[in-house]
Design a protein around this ligand. Structure first.
Ligand code: CDP
Length: 261
């Protein structure tokens, strides 16, 4: 990475989608996270959640963060915001120079832009995400978020494609959330229609297939399952069942970490 300063960690604790704040675990008796903030020198508790497009990992990450009083970072929002900056400047998302410049200059305010959720932006995001310089420019911010979670949280949940493999290879818990392409497309269509956006199943399916192929086929940090990840296939599972299953894994990982320290 050269020239411009890297993205600085000035974002809200729950950047991007679902940007409600994750209060301190001490603020709520219902939370199951560690009772107090980690002391200086103690490594924060980190949950890495990866998976293909529309697998439900974002919603799951947000719910886990809320239940355990952890900060949440939707790392896809960083790539979406980079892509949107390129598109807004009438640039080409496959142009490495333009995309890298946009990633280096990324304005944290852009992570709250509702336009990030558009399918055209998702598709452009997977193009900029294949550019190694873009990934390098965004890596430091993500690692810093995990190492120093904001707002007195004792840990963080990060969701994306390469969290367990590249961003946080030493995460305390790694989940890989997946589902059949058809199920993911049907869920995305339902979500879009509920938002009042017309959606055609065949088009959404094609978009997902193209994005998955780009994300899995790229050379820089491709979407792969970390060797120590728990895989949850949600094709036939209700979101609440997935949430409870994931919470049981988080609780166990938290217990193990407390026991080791
Ligand atoms: O929400 P959805 O799963 O559809 O996508 P997202 O998580 O917002 O990610 C948008 C795009 O950003 C993905 O298709 C990936 O190409 C890229 N991405 C990535 O490469 N690495 C990440 N850690 C997160 C997202």
């Amino acid at each position: 990475m050269s020239g411009s300063p890297p993205l600085t960690p000035t974002l809200s604790p729950q950047a991007g989608r679902g940007s409600e704040q994750s209060p301190s675990p001490r603020a709520s008796g219902e939370r199951e996270g560690p009772a107090q903030r980690e002391g200086e020198g103690r490594r924060p508790f980190v949950v890495a959640i990866d998976g293909p497009a529309a697998s439900g990992k974002g919603t799951l990450a947000r719910r886990i963060a809320e239940r355990f009083g952890l900060a949440h970072l939707d790392t896809g929002a960083l790539y979406r915001a980079t892509a949107l900056a390129v598109l807004d400047a009438a640039g080409d998302p496959t142009d490495p120079a333009a995309a890298e410049r946009a990633a280096q200059r990324l304005d944290p305010q852009r992570l709250a832009d509702p336009r990030l959720r558009a399918d055209a932006v998702a598709s452009a995001a997977s193009m900029v995400a294949a550019i190694p310089g873009v990934r390098r420019a965004l890596l430091g911010f993500q690692r810093n978020f995990a190492a120093h979670p904001p707002a007195s949280a004792c840990g963080a949940v990060l969701d994306g494609r390469d969290i367990g493999t590249v961003v946080c290879p030493a995460a305390d818990l790694k989940l890989f959330i997946t589902a059949s392409t058809e199920t993911r497309a049907a869920r995305r269509v339902k979500e879009l229609r509920e938002q009042g956006t017309p959606a055609i199943y065949e088009n959404v399916l094609q978009d997902l297939n193209e994005r998955d192929a780009r994300d899995s086929g790229r050379r820089a940090a491709p979407l792969t399952v970390a060797h120590d990840a728990h895989i949850i296939d949600t094709t036939t599972l209700d979101a609440d069942v997935v949430f409870e299953r994931a919470c049981a894994l988080v609780a166990r990982a938290l217990e193990e970490k407390e026991w080791q320290q």
